[in-house]
Write a protein that binds this ligand. Structure first.
Ligand SMILES: NC(=O)c1ccc[n+]([C@@H]2O[C@H](COP(=O)([O-])OP(=O)(O)OC[C@H]3O[C@@H](n4cnc5c(N)ncnc54)[C@H](O)[C@@H]3O)[C@@H](O)[C@H]2O)c1
Length: 348
């Protein structure tokens, strides 16, 4: 049994506390909850039968008072760093919501902190665990389609009405699409291609009529490792054809055919001279959050880093910060060079 302190019990933290961990009490004991909102604490306390003494408004105070094995962090991105620092100071392992942080420098500091503390740290990339994306990834690898040529990814949602995208902060923050949205899609491009992004180029912008203070739209092209390419369309202001959360469009063009998924979540293999083939999806795989916790517990037990451990996930969040740099400069950015420069420059 592993003991967990949940830090941030609101939107996403509420899902972890009251849904995922509520169904995993045979493996994980929630020993304390941290949030700055009483309502979120009260709901979690009710779910896990916790006393008032297990509820805190500050992560460090909770970790001083309560023994635990890991922290599950679901606070807004710009608060991740403080929470990770507290966890590292208390020798806790970390399971944390994407993105690593809201800036490149904070992300690098977080990576260095967990390395120095020598604790496992895993970033949540839940879309990797949906049955259709598990099937998609497998089809690219073993569907007899030969070498990968390029990947097309599309996310488009109508978040123009005020407060339509969860909490208001997404409409107020800089780089809303890239930091809160595209990190999932960039990670998925890496996941389905099995490649890393070398160079990225594109534009981010806010349509004149949009209810966003930071870029809500973006179009980017990428050069991937192993002679492959990718293209990404992201829109939080679509008024036309939607590919919203869990209904994104992905297409992998390969040597002998393509794999495609659209809003219906049906994964197909298309060949120019062949019948359309529906790809079988895993039947009843673990719910995404439970799959992530199970994988994380395995990491704690074996010490073997899992697929979205922070060292690997920096390559996904690095794409986000490289795209932000493209928005700023209008020039292509080499992701590895940018990450290497930040590793040298930034200290904890
Ligand atoms: N994986 C996904 O599909 C997914 C979906 C939504 C959000 N997220 C991520 O989850 C994280 C949280 O987003 P959200 O939508 O749940 O936001 P939210 O605002 O709904 O919840 C954040 C919670 O953190 C609390 N909080 C704020 N400051 C705090 C502090 N100093 N200490 C403790 N608690 C504090 C807030 O009171 C709130 O309850 C972000 O990193 C976001 O990117 C991931």
């Amino acid at each position: 049994m592993r003991r967990c302190i949940v830090v941030g019990c609101g939107g996403r933290g509420g899902y972890w506390t009251n849904n995922v961990l509520a169904q995993m009490t045979d493996r994980v004991e929630v020993v304390a909850l941290v949030d700055v909102q009483q309502e979120a604490l009260a709901k979690g306390a009710e779910t896990h039968g916790l006393p008032e003494s297990a509820l805190f408004g500050d992560a460090g105070a909770a970790m001083d008072a309560v023994e635990a094995d890991f922290a599950l962090i679901s606070t807004p991105p710009w608060i991740h760093e403080d929470n990770v620092r507290s966890a590292c100071e208390h020798g806790l392992s970390i399971l944390m919501e994407k993105p690593v942080a809201d800036t490149l420098d904070a992300s690098v500091r977080i990576k260095k902190m967990v390395e120095q503390a020598n604790r496992p740290c895993v970033i949540v990339q839940n879309y990797r665990y949906s049955p259709f994306m598990l099937a998609f990834r497998e089809a690219v690898r073993t569907g007899g389609l030969g070498r990968l040529n390029y990947v097309i990814a599309r996310f488009a949602a109508d978040y123009n009405p005020p407060k339509s995208w969860g909490k208001r902060f997404r409409h107020e923050m800089e780089h809303a699409l890239l930091i809160e949205g595209s990190v999932h899609h960039f990670d998925m491009i890496r996941n389905i291609s099995g490649r890393d992004c070398e160079d990225i180029f594109g534009y981010g912008w806010i349509p004149a009529w949009a209810d966003f203070k930071g870029n809500s739209n973006g179009l980017y092209v990428m050069k991937l490792s192993g002679d492959a390419f990718a293209s990404y369309e992201g829109s939080c202001t679509t008024e036309g054809y939607e590919n919203p959360w869990h209904k994104e469009y992905y297409r992998a063009e390969c040597e002998f055919g393509a794999v495609v998924v659209d809003t219906d979540n049906i994964v197909k293999i298309l060949r120019v001279d062949g019948e359309e083939e529906i790809v079988r999806q895993p039947v009843n795989p673990p719910e995404q959050g439970q799959a992530i916790v199970l994988e994380f517990l395995q990491y704690l037990a074996t010490g073997v880093p899992t697929q979205t451990a922070i060292a690997d996930n920096m390559k996904s969040v690095g794409m986000v910060f490289a795209a932000i740099e493209c928005d700023r400069t209008g020039r292509p950015v080499n992701v590895n060079e940018m990450l290497a420069e930040a590793e040298t420059r930034v200290s904890v």
